[in-house]
Ligand binder design. Structure first.
Ligand code: URA
Ligand code: CA
Length: 433
């Protein structure tokens, strides 16, 4: 088999065989296929697309390019949730203990990564003592006993994807549905998921900027999952404005606690119940989404979800008393309000730019070496659709620096107020296939 023939076939719109796809991924991982041939193939895929079978084959070839995590020692159906990434997305923090309270096993491998705020691990580390440096055996034991644990990323998972994603980044081939879908799905499958729930975000703060693109990606991933034996569902959720009120690590922990009590922001609560219902159904703890939702609301109301969060924190060295005394979380030195300059209705809050404002305060990392300040961030006081009077606070800034002029400018530049009210949509579509 020759790589040049594979490239030419895809260039001409032909379907690649399972063997050809394997040959490419294995050779590229080993280094016997050079970057220039891999980029040519990525570009051919970009223009000619792949059918469902090719997409499933590409995904599994990438899964098999490195180590995979074996979660078979954990009882039950392991459902993993993946979000394509947004601003102030506190869902994982809430979902993990919430579905675990219904005995859905949550065996979460999580990373730090770059972004407007830290990753799930950074957020959890805002809790004194909490750590993810546990052994694989401890991890499995905790999930079997208490249904929830988080471990730091380890092992050489999907090296083919790492290499190919970096190459796509510099060859104009990131934005291809078959390549994105296989990239995301390969990582979830290698991490041991039996079933997968996908939160595909759409809007200014999202990777996919339009509903059409987000839906195409969601459908592609659901197809791949189901074709390779992992039950998969997806939702398309809005990321034109940040999710919830809090953007920042300790602030989001507090928001997660409120939400577990059933006292969280409306949009975050709705998203968590929608995604959680899918997780509960996929784990076969309920037969319909409606039944699952009732069960989730019940554990929020009766305190079981919050209790599960405490057990989870304690198990991994965390000070669970923060749940009842959130003032023990890292606190910022300066609390500064951003008053509205006019009255009206909030019509737009540009998610990614507000995320950048939080990052300027130190809530997130621009480069891998950056240190995160867990205490800082933003609290939205108004969301899209809310009425606001001149002088009322739009946002509260939590900062450890006194000078927040540039952050304030950014906030003003990215929150619009209009005379007409608007109705924001949170869940654009639910895809269960
Ligand atoms: N996220 C991924 O993990 N892979 C892609 O290709 C795009 C976004
Ligand atoms: Ca939030």
């Amino acid at each position: 088999m020759r790589m040049v023939d594979i490239i030419a076939r895809k260039r001409d719109g032909k379907e690649l065989t399972t063997e050809e796809i394997k040959f490419f991924i294995e050779g590229y991982t080993k280094g016997t296929i050079p970057d220039y041939q891999a980029s040519a193939l990525a570009m051919a895929i970009y223009f000619q697309d792949m059918n469902d079978r090719e997409r499933a084959d590409l995904t599994m070839a990438m899964v098999n390019s490195g180590e995979t995590i074996d979660l078979s020692a954990i009882e039950g159906i392991k459902v993993d949730k993946h979000s394509t990434g947004g601003v102030g997305d506190t869902t994982t923090l809430v979902l993990a203990p919430l579905v675990a309270a219904l005995d859905v096993p949550v065996a979460k491998m999580s990373g730090r990564g770059l972004g407007h705020t830290g990753g799930t691990i950074d957020k959890l580390e805002a809790i004194e003592g909490f750590h993810v440096e546990i052994t694989k055996d401890q991890f499995i034991e905790l999930v079997n006993r208490d249904k929830v644990a988080v471990i730091g990323q380890s092992g050489n998972l999907t090296p083919a994807d790492k290499k190919l994603y970096a190459l796509r980044d510099v060859t104009g081939t990131v934005n291809s549905i078959p390549l994105i879908a296989s990239s995301i799905m390969s990582k979830k499958i290698a991490a041991g998921a039996d079933a997968i729930v996908l939160d595909v975000k759409t809007g200014a703060g999202a990777f996919m900027k339009t509903n059409e693109d987000a839906e195409a990606l969601a459908r592609a991933m659901v197809k791949i999952g189901n074709n390779v034996g992992r039950n998969t569902m997806a939702i398309i959720s809005d990321m034109s404005q940040p999710l919830g009120f809090a953007i920042g690590n300790a602030l989001e922990v507090k928001e997660a606690i409120d939400t577990l009590k059933g006292e969280g922001p409306e949009d975050l609560t709705e998203l968590v119940l929608t995604l959680g219902s899918q997780m509960v159904v996929l784990a076969k703890k309920a037969s319909t989404l409606e039944e699952a939702r009732e069960m989730l609301v019940e554990v929020m109301k009766n305190g079981k979800a919050l209790e599960k969060f405490k057990v989870f924190l304690k198990n991994q060295g965390g000070d669970a008393s923060v749940v009842d005394s959130p003032e023990k979380l890292p606190q910022a030195k300066y609390i500064i309000e951003v008053p509205a300059k006019e009255s009206g209705y909030v019509s737009n809050i540009v998610a990614d730019e507000i995320g950048v404002a939080a990052m300027i305060l130190g809530a997130g990392r621009a480069t891998k070496e950056d240190e995160i300040d867990l205490a800082v961030g933003l609290m939205l006081r108004k969301k899209v659709g809310d009425k606001v009077e001149k002088g009322e606070s739009l946002v509260t800034i939590y900062s450890n620096r006194e000078d927040v002029a540039s952050v304030m400018d950014k906030i003003y530049a990215n929150i619009s107020i209009s005379s007409e009210s608007v109705n924001p949509v949170l869940i654009h579509k639910i895809i269960t296939e």
